[in-house]
Design a protein around this ligand. Structure first.
Ligand code: SAH
Length: 272
């Protein structure tokens, strides 16, 4: 599938003041997160340039599992050919690092399938100078792919302290610049760094978090899986255009659940 075809599948157009269902209408700003957040790292070191021993695996992965499925953005493909994915997976999964599936990273979480990372990155339609917010740092791999584009500022939030810490350290060790990692509940976004030109959510909530919508710049987009935890969800792309939130359903995906207090409280918010 390519993006043009996907866009023709646009299912719903919600007015900010009148949408229903999973996309909240008036983007109600939920009070700030009760979870204590902490900025763990702001990297500013030079990236490593060695291709390493897995270059062949990486090039094959991109051709066979990403290009063949229709991802065509050259910058995204270059990033996927460059980021050393084997350094983002636990040692025991090294041999599977470039395989076409997600892998466990501990704490019940996963590093996403490479194709999904590439596709979601392409869907963000990033331009030089954009500010990007990622919810769900996990291993740091998606953040590294964004950093490898070389032209965007990246903010990434992870709710599990150990993963936030290790991802921040890994990104720093690999020299990815302009990546800001914070531990906290990503439901509430990162208000101090908003507005964002793009927001990518790599865990699946059962509704679109209103605070994320409120932190999106005009013309910005959110790429997010939405659906019941533990099963299949739909990948959505929301774009703010002329004060309207336009929603595109891009098809079935499977992500780990979006956790934390925000999503539960959000559930209890009255229907708009
Ligand atoms: N982007 C990651 C994929 C990680 S899986 C990578 O490239 O490796 C999704 C991650 O989202 C998990 O690490 C999980 O702990 C995190 N997560 C789930 N709910 C969250 C929330 N409310 N705020 C921030 N992170 C969350």
């Amino acid at each position: 599938m390519n993006l043009t075809k996907l866009q023709s599948f646009a299912l719903l157009v919600f007015l900010l003041a009148g949408c229903a269902g999973k996309a909240p209408a008036q983007p109600t700003i939920t009070p700030a997160s009760p979870v204590k957040t902490q900025i763990l790292q702001t990297t500013s070191v030079v990236p490593t340039s060695s291709p390493g021993p897995y270059l062949g695996h990486r090039l094959r992965m991109v051709e066979e599992t990403i290009v063949d499925r229709g991802v065509a953005d050259e910058d995204v493909l270059r990033a996927m050919r460059t980021v050393p994915r084997h350094l983002f997976v636990p040692q025991q999964y090294l041999a599977q690092a470039y395989d076409d599936h997600p892998l466990p990273i501990g704490y019940g979480q996963t590093i996403s399938q490479p194709y999904i990372v590439a596709w979601m990155t392409e869907l963000l339609e990033l331009e030089a100078g954009d500010r990007v917010l990622e919810i769900g740092t996990g291993s740091g791999y998606q953040a590294a792919v964004l950093a490898e584009l070389g032209t965007v500022d990246i903010y990434s939030i992870e709710i599990i302290p150990e993963l936030a810490q290790s991802a921040a350290q890994r990104l720093m060790d690999l020299g990815y610049t302009d990546v800001h990692v914070r531990q906290g509940d990503g439901y509430y976004g990162w208000a101090e760094a908003a507005p964002f030109d793009a927001i990518i959510v790599t865990a699946a909530p059962d509704h679109l978090p209103a605070p994320l919508v409120s932190q999106l710049a005009e013309g910005g987009s959110i790429v997010i899986p939405i659906g019941p935890p533990g099963g299949y969800q739909s990948l959505w792309r929301f774009v703010i255009e002329d004060n309207e939130l336009v929603a595109y359903n891009l098809g079935g995906v499977s992500f780990v659940p979006f956790t934390g207090g925000g999503i539960q409280q959000g559930d209890q918010m009255p229907a708009p």
